[in-house]
Design a protein around this ligand. Structure first.
Ligand code: MRU
Length: 379
């Protein structure tokens, strides 16, 4: 296939898009989110003054992606504490706002534990709130650092697996600055390859039904100046068959003890395609996404989302009203039932490597994964 869409510019600016920030205006502390449901049309901020507003933002995917959910959850606990709300109630609501990405509960627990420890120490609620906020800030910072290290490890792995450069990478969903304190997970690796002039093309799956690929990854790729092409999820098979994919790079919402990977629905079919076509299938995720308490893929709770995300095309500018309406343009007969899992699970035997900030796990075994994760727990 001719490279007729090749980008010839030399724009290699960093793509830092602040997806979340803590602010302290005179009216009181707030958590400011870039509303991802409005991208790429508009860059609109959403200001949360309490945990219920943040829970709603998480459910509506205004803030999304595993690492960012962890950071948001931690800030949400801090917000409740600083504003004098019931911290335990807020933590419970936040941790259960979405079930699959383990980072959310991990982030919430981390800020909650800091709050409880400070409270137990000297009973000062201001100190306890400050401790929760410090924990959230630290998690935010650590995630940025983890991003940078994943990008380094991931690029080294690509170079090892695909000597000669000119990588043509296929990705699914959205894994860049919009989901992270830094430049992301899988997208950060693609970005590193682009900066090193070793990325020939990023193939971007549109990622039905909510189009995180078309709306968000294409937005990040365009800002980075890399060569990218959008495809429908259904077109991936013929792209592999044409020999146009050198590697698949995706993120993860939860990696179980045995190395099973839950990620955006549509990831598993890509892993099957990659195996058939002898293409490496690489998962990039921070250690916080590894959940040693969930033994295997079958034990993962996969979020089921509303049918209207499938039966309507989501276009908030043209709202549809009614009991089951989701505010989109209908594309199926009224009353059509939909199967709409948000994630699927790829078994470890289909995963070539898991890239973490602590190193690369390959082949993917429970023992190797535990060893790499232990490095971060020791640090
Ligand atoms: O439903 P979303 O948009 O939150 O799903 C996000 C994904 O599936 C990402 O691929 C995953 O969180 C990894 S992001 C680093």
């Amino acid at each position: 296939m001719a490279d007729q869409y090749a980008y010839s510019g030399d724009d290699k600016r960093p793509t830092e898009i602040p997806a979340i920030r803590w602010e302290e205006p005179p009216e009181g502390p707030v958590l400011v989110l870039l509303d991802q449901t409005r991208l790429p049309a508009e860059e609109v901020e959403l200001v949360c003054t309490d945990a219920p507003a943040l829970v709603e933002a998480i459910r509506s995917l205004a803030v999304r992606g595993a690492p960012l959910l962890g950071i948001a959850g931690a800030y949400g606990v801090a917000l409740a504490a600083v504003r004098g709300f019931d911290v335990e109630e807020a933590a419970t609501a936040l941790a259960s706002a979405r079930p699959t990405a383990v980072n959310l509960a991990v982030g919430v627990r981390r800020a909650q534990a800091a709050h409880e420890a400070a409270l137990a120490k000297d009973g000062d609620i201001r100190q306890a709130a400050a401790a929760a906020l410090a924990a959230a800030r630290q998690l935010h910072q650590e995630d940025a650092e983890a991003s940078a290290r994943m990008a380094e490890h991931g690029l080294a792995l690509l170079d090892e697996l695909l000597p000669g450069g000119g990588h043509r990478i296929l990705t699914h969903c959205n894994t860049g600055s919009l989901v992270s304190g830094g430049e992301g997970t899988a997208f950060a690796v693609a970005l590193a390859a682009h900066r090193a002039s070793r990325l020939r093309r990023l193939w971007v799956d549109e990622t039905r039904p909510l189009l995180q690929g078309a709306r968000l990854t294409a937005y990040e790729a365009a800002r980075s100046g890399m060569a990218y092409t959008l495809l429908t999820d259904n077109a991936a098979g013929s792209l592999f068959a044409a020999g146009e994919v050198d590697a698949v790079l995706i993120g993860a919402d939860r990696i179980t003890a045995d190395g099973s990977v839950a990620n955006k629905v549509g990831s598993y079919p890509l892993a099957v395609l990659a195996r058939y076509h002898h293409v490496p299938f690489i998962v990039v995720a921070p250690v916080t996404t590894v959940d040693p308490d969930t033994p295997d893929g079958a034990s993962i709770e996969v979020e089921q989302r509303a049918g209207h995300e499938v039966t309507e095309f989501v276009a908030p500018q043209v709202p549809v009203t009614g009991a089951e309406a989701g505010g989109g343009i209908p594309v199926a007969p009224l009353g059509t039932q939909a199967y709409n899992p948000a994630f699927d699970v790829t078994p470890p035997e289909l995963v070539t490597a898991i890239v973490t900030e602590e190193g690369v796990v390959s082949p993917v075994t429970a023992e190797a994964l535990a060893q790499v994760c232990a490095r971060s727990r020791r640090a």
